[in-house]
Design a protein around this ligand. Structure first.
Ligand code: RP5
Length: 164
């Protein structure tokens, strides 16, 4: 199976991005984590992005906050799918969201929601991409969906019990 790269602009993004790594582990997806910054270490971003496919990555997840250009800059230099995760900021993360999602035509970044939910969904979305040509991963995704639906049944029962 191809590896998933989990890239972030700073170590301050790591607390949130642990959720991505946890989900990848849950699905048994090989991954690598690193900090590189579009603004503070653009050379390292370039080196990573240009070598990512050859290194064996199949999907790149990139998280950044504020002027969040990391995912877009990486997407400009690779043909691999790039998933962007906008980080929470003092402005709520809407700044990160707009910076990540508003890409010019021709250079898409699959942008998740802000913060924790986005971090988790990024991993699931990466798994969905990798599962297109991996039957066992597709099976695990199916099981995940079944468990998700069962968790809603439990939530429903919990709420209805409170009515009595
Ligand atoms: C972005 O700036 C990073 O992705 C981080 O979300 C934000 C703040 O970085 P630090 O000042 O905490 O290093 O590039």
């Amino acid at each position: 199976m191809k590896k998933t790269a989990v890239i972030m602009g700073s170590d301050s993004d790591w607390e949130c991005m642990k959720a991505t790594v946890e989900m990848l582990k849950e699905f048994g997806v090989p991954h690598d984590v690193r900090v590189v910054s579009a603004h503070r270490s653009p050379g390292a971003v370039r080196e990573f992005a240009l070598g990512a496919a050859e290194t064996g990555f199949g999907v790149i997840i990139a998280a950044a906050g504020g002027a969040a250009h990391l995912a877009g800059v990486i997407a400009s230099m690779t043909t691999l799918p790039v998933i962007g995760v906008p980080m929470q900021t003092k402005l709520g993360g809407i700044d990160s969201l707009c910076s990540t999602v508003q890409m010019p035509s021709g250079v898409p970044v699959a942008t998740m929601s802000i913060g924790d939910a986005g971090a988790k969904n990024a991993a699931i979305f990466a798994v969905q991409i990798l599962a297109l040509d991996d039957a066992s991963l597709a099976k695990r995704l199916g099981e995940y969906k079944v468990n998700l639906a069962e968790s809603v049944v439990e939530k429903n029962e919990k709420v209805r019990k409170d009515l009595k």
